[in-house]
Design a protein around this ligand. Sequence first.
Ligand code: NAP
Length: 451
Amino acid sequence: MSDSIKVALLGCGVVGSQVVRLLDEQADELAARVGAPVELAGIAVRRPQRHADVPAGLLTTDPAALVARPDVDVVVELMGGIEPARDLLLDALKNGRSVVSANKALLAEEGEALAAAARESGADLYYEASVAGAIPLLRPIQQSLAGDRIRRVAGIVNGTTNFILSAMESTGAGYADALEEAGRLGYAEADPTADVDGYDAASKAAILASLAFHTRVTAADVYREGIRDVTAADIASARALGCTVKLLAICEQVETADGGAVSARVYPAMIPRSHPLASVSGAFNAVFVEADAAGPLMFYGQGAGGPQTASAVLGDLVAAARNKVIGGRGPRDTAYAHLPVQPMGDVRTRYHVNVDVHDRAGVLAAVATVFADHDVSIATVKQEGRGGDDEGHGGEGTSPATLVVVTHEAPDAALRATVEALSGLESVRGVASILRVEDLGRPVSALGGSQ
Ligand code: NAP
């Protein structure tokens, strides 16, 4: 058995407290797996008085001093936020300490700087817990699929929004009621902005795209729409189409005239109920990875929670500790591909558009012409409301009706231009809702790869 591996823990909240518990409860097994005892050197918190359950001698309010201690081998960061976490981890890495973090916001923002610091000093940087909590996802992408070519990573990576959309789907509730229920059950925070506006999912999409496509993608590169505008009517429309609505993070490597690009985007979309992601309900996460040789792979499990996230953190800690014991180092982040990020306007998908119209002769033809003028091909159109029938032959007059249009695949910019032009039509009262329809079953070859 080697000398003990000393761990500086920054943060002892929902996740950190579970790391402390597991390190204690599993001390003997962890020592056997690592080849050395794994011991806490100290725990940095803001309010020590709130942490009566951990040995007082370990607590400190000075994380910088803890990170700088010469006996520390690995720094485990579970504080969250950009600062002071960023400076603390850069200092740790520059001084050769290995780092484990669950901080998606920091990794999505400062991944390049952290990876460079790790590379220069030869330290390890692991962050499995930053995406999809307990689910082993980053290690399979980075290591198990290192010999393959990943084409698409798409999935549900935010449990709060999945809980809300699932509740809307199963009870018919509106967004506000479902959000309130999520808050009451502890699935949504008092300020749910990061979750419901898609920031959390965008950070995770940036991390996934960076690893899958060997290109540095930041959260700011990810196109983002949240779920605040999803209505009970949207959910009902999806059901009528044989679909359900999910907040998706989609990362793809696409072929372009200039030799390829990365598309990274987060938005609510309709997906067919037959797709495995459609049955992922409540606060669960699931991610589809499609690679040339491996084909489709699905990763499913709990994307948050103290013990669940601590499991992923401990997996990283064991890896970093083992490397310290044997004198090796883990795999580096690679960003050699330097692919550009595809502008959202070029992204091709299908759309479900509800157009509120005055129900009078010729309105369907006028609306269809606007779609055709912008090269957006209509797959189906249905009229709902007074005097209409399924073919859109409405009764005469000016009573309100809704045209439900589903398009074939078209570039996002063309759909935007179509919607703008529709708003200018005298017979159109407004575009009530637009939801993308994602055909995640598109074969890898459709993205430019070989089967
Ligand atoms: P949390 O419950 O809010 O705990 C944060 C901890 O950090 C607290 O112990 C806090 O001290 C400490 N802290 C914050 N700022 C500090 C500072 N400036 N100096 C010293 N200590 C400081 O957070 P969490 O839910 O455990 O999340 C931790 C990280 O894991 C975040 O990056 C989060 O995104 C990520 N994550 C969380 C989950 C989850 O299910 N919770 C899932 C995946 C990833 P006090 O206790 O004294 O206030």
